[in-house]
Ligand binder design. Structure first.
Ligand SMILES: [Cu+2]
Length: 153
């Protein structure tokens, strides 16, 4: 009786594994064949200014783009969404801690903005880093970031 039950259980587990395997395999085949995009890792791009670009100051307009993640206001606290954080001429903060607010050089685009204008950026060389953070402002894991160097004339 006990043996029979365990045999049935083993069969059921094996059948489930086969069913799972057959369900997973076509998706993998499609991705490999390029007919369906696999779930892409999130990616962020600083569209403007471009790396190496010389821009006319004093204001600098920043345009951002993402792939594979939804940008949303932090206040919505929706899992899986993110918002941009700009680090202008300052280093990125710790990967496992919330990005601080009220710190010079760090800007939260917490309303889900995908563009930002610095009113005054001094002439010279600058480095801009964009880091995606979750609704709690903690950088996504693995960190999703982009860096450009630009010059204000
Ligand atoms: Cu934030």
């Amino acid at each position: 009786m006990i043996l029979r039950y365990s045999q049935r259980l083993a069969f059921a587990v094996a059948a489930a594994a086969v069913a799972l395997g057959s369900a997973v395999q076509p998706a993998g085949a499609q991705a490999a064949g390029g007919t369906m995009a696999p779930a892409a890792a999130p990616k962020v791009t600083i569209v403007s200014p471009k790396n190496g670009e010389v821009v006319t100051g004093p204001s600098v307009h920043v345009v951002l783009a993402v792939q594979g993640v939804e940008i949303a206001p932090a206040a919505e606290h929706r899992p899986g969404t993110a918002h941009h954080h700009l680090f202008l001429d300052v280093n990125v903060t710790a990967a496992d801690s919330a990005i601080p607010a009220g710190v010079a050089g760090i800007t939260h685009l917490g309303k889900g903005q995908t563009e930002y204008t610095y009113d005054t950026v001094a002439p010279g060389a600058h480095r801009l880093i964009d880091v995606l953070g979750d609704p709690n402002h903690v950088p996504l894991k693995p960190m999703v970031a982009d860096t450009v160097h630009f010059t204000v004339k």
